[in-house]
Write a protein that binds this ligand. Structure first.
Ligand code: NAD
Length: 472
């Protein structure tokens, strides 16, 4: 694996960057520099957008079966690189190898497979009175992605965009760009037509803003923080470009008094700590009805103890480091503030032992968290669970909805109808009842400040389509 990359991918070939200071990539477990990628400029974005624009008409007119065949070849090329991809995610993000294999690599492969099928069966034109309603690709897509699921976040945009007939310019996160290079190695081997997919690495303020503000980008598809999403929406607003935003979350795991408590707490803690808590859908607020509250705290403390910190390549490790030193400091500050605001520490904490080297934070559970406090309101993005007591179903719904976010959530109850009633009242884009599995074909996205639009499945494909009415 080549971990020092000096090229962008433009118009179907590797194109050397013009020089300038490369961006270093760190291993969060060892704190060492392990690779580097070029820092792009607005000129590089211009070149990438020009290539995508030139390729658009041809790709949009390509037979859906041919587009599906291209995606199928890409799936095969990525599958052949699955081991290298998982190892690269471990290297640049610190995710334990098992999770890097199953989730970070396995999930995007499943998503891509789904879009091979959807690309081959585009939505049929609909007759509405004297109109024929057809869907057409939106155009050139600027995709800007975060570091927490470096392959999945890209594939969740790239696959539906290509299936719909759009062309793409991608800027991956500068913290985890090496995984994106493996994807582009696969794209190159799969022989996608020149210009259909282009890669420019660099920082958000330079490359990200150049994409979001580019007059020839028709849709900006962004996943990342709410603050950056707001900035991107402003940039796109100047030319009324479309935006799709997948942003932050502060999801509630609602545990009702008739739940299977042992399972609800165990799965809930696991969800909150997945990928060291660096997951936008993490159930970071656990709401427990008072009758079962103390019991739940005992279970949560015991579950947290089982999350061994360590080398992500060690099979016994359940929790790796955070992505950066800055992220570790941010998370520590959230914990300290949560305790100062009246939270009661029941596991972990800012001073709990962690490996000396690496950007680790101990798995932390804080009880009695005030629903209005910063710890209950702000996204922490670390292994920190806030537990909040609630009186009854109505109170649970009110506390769960007391958030500017609305991305995911969960309800646990022995009575599925009761759980469903509560799930329907949560103002959030997804709710899992009693630990139901993630469905990669279901729409994914947020209410409120968690975003605009939906990814995955056919809803995700619709994001990349314009709708045209032809009257006859
Ligand atoms: P971030 O917003 O800092 O960065 C995301 C991407 O935007 C990166 O590629 C970055 O370089 C780029 N960027 C930064 N500033 C920019 C600017 N001014 N203009 C254009 N692009 C810019 O987010 P992050 O720290 O990489 O990721 C963590 C955040 O992402 C969390 O808030 C998390 O909840 C969110 N997230 C959301 C989802 C979702 O699907 N809803 C998924 C994963 C992560």
């Amino acid at each position: 694996m080549d971990l020092v990359r000096t090229d962008f991918y433009l118009d179907g070939r590797w194109a050397p960057a013009d020089g300038g200071q490369p961006l270093e990539v760190h291993n969060p477990t060892t704190e060492e520099v392990v690779g580097a990628v070029p820092a792009g400029t607005a000129d590089d974005v211009d070149r990438a957008v020009a290539a995508a624009r030139a390729a658009f008409d041809g790709w949009a007119a390509t037979d859906p079966a041919d587009r599906a065949a291209h995606l199928d070849r890409l799936h095969a090329e990525l599958t052949a690189r699955a081991y290298d991809i998982a190892r690269t995610v471990v290297l640049e993000l610190g995710t334990p190898l098992k999770v890097a294999t199953r989730v970070q690599t396995g999930l995007p492969l499943t998503v891509l497979r789904g879009y091979v099928d959807l690309a081959a069966r585009p939505p049929a034109p609909q007759a509405v009175g004297n109109s024929l309603v057809v869907r057409e690709p939106v155009g050139v897509v600027g995709a800007i992605t975060p570091w927490n699921y470096p392959l999945h976040q890209i594939v969740a945009k790239l696959a539906p965009a290509l299936a719909a007939g759009c062309t793409v310019v991608l800027k991956p996160s500068e913290l985890t760009p090496l995984t994106a290079y493996l994807l582009f190695d696969a794209i190159h081997s799969a022989g996608l037509p020149p210009g259909v997919v282009n890669l420019v690495t660099g920082t958000g303020p330079v490359v990200g803003e150049a994409i979001a503000g580019h007059p020839d980008v028709d849709l900006v598809s962004f996943t990342g923080s709410t603050a950056t999403g707001r900035r991107i929406a402003h940039l796109a607003a100047d030319r009324i470009a479309r935006v799709a935003l997948e942003l932050g979350g502060k999801s509630a795991n609602v545990i009702l008094d008739d739940a299977d408590l042992a399972t609800a707490v165990k799965v809930g803690v696991g969800n909150a700590f997945l990928n060291s808590g660096q997951t936008c859908t993490a159930w970071t607020r656990m709401l427990v009805q008072r009758a079962r509250y103390d019991e739940a705290l005992d279970l949560a403390a015991k579950a947290a103890e089982g999350y061994h910190l360590g080398d992500p390549l060690d099979p016994g490790t359940r929790l790796g480091p955070l992505v950066s030193a800055q992220q570790r400091e941010r998370v520590r500050k959230h914990i300290t503030r949560g305790l100062a605001d009246g939270g009661r520490l029941i596991a972990g904490g800012p001073d709990a032992p962690v490996p000396q080297q690496g950007w680790f934070v101990a798995p932390t559970v804080i009880a009695d968290v005030d629903p209005d406090s910063a710890l209950a309101q702000e996204e922490v993005f670390g292994p920190v669970l806030a537990v909040i007591p609630v009186d009854d179903d109505d109170h649970a719904v009110a506390v769960a909805n007391n958030s500017r976010y609305g991305l995911a959530g969960a309800v646990w109850s022995g009575d599925e109808e009761r759980a469903l009633r509560v799930a329907r009242r949560l103002r959030t884009g997804a709710v899992d009842i009693n630990g139901a599995p993630f469905n990669p074909m279901a729409p994914f996205g947020g209410y409120k400040q968690s975003g605009l639009g939906r990814e995955l499945g056919h809803h995700g494909l619709e994001e990349f389509c314009e709708v045209k009415a032809i009257q006859r």
